[in-house]
Design a binder for this molecule. Sequence first.
Ligand code: MG
Length: 153
Amino acid sequence: MRVGIGSDIHRLEEGRKLVIGGITIPYDKGEKAHSDGDVLIHAIIDAILGAYSMDDIGKHFPDNAAETEGMNSEEMLKAVLIMTQCKIVNIDTTVNLEKPRLRPYIQNIRENLSRIMEIPLDRISVKAKTAEGLGPVGEGLAISAEAAVLVSE
Ligand code: MG
């Protein structure tokens, strides 16, 4: 077994889509990013790469490269699964976001991640928290996510 952790944060900006775990959430702001800015998938990617000691997302998908501009994070995640030959045991994640409340979308997000990674639904956990008004997440300026993954060799 090997374990990995990952985290990510993006600024929230008007005129951008809010994409979390590949699901677009209706809101007037979204992640500012070179790619689609999917903070949850980015954290999961870093956790998987970390489990295999294979550097980080920025090394594999540079944020100044033309090929990664506007890139769909689902494609990045699939590429990382192939690159690592990853056998996922389970993944636990947390998304930190003041607004909107994510509860109505959690099941959709889990189902989408289960589909992308071809793992059973009960192997992927997605939790959502607010920051109680504190810091950049609490002030609605940013969204962040953490992920932990257990993989088997
Ligand atoms: Mg990111």
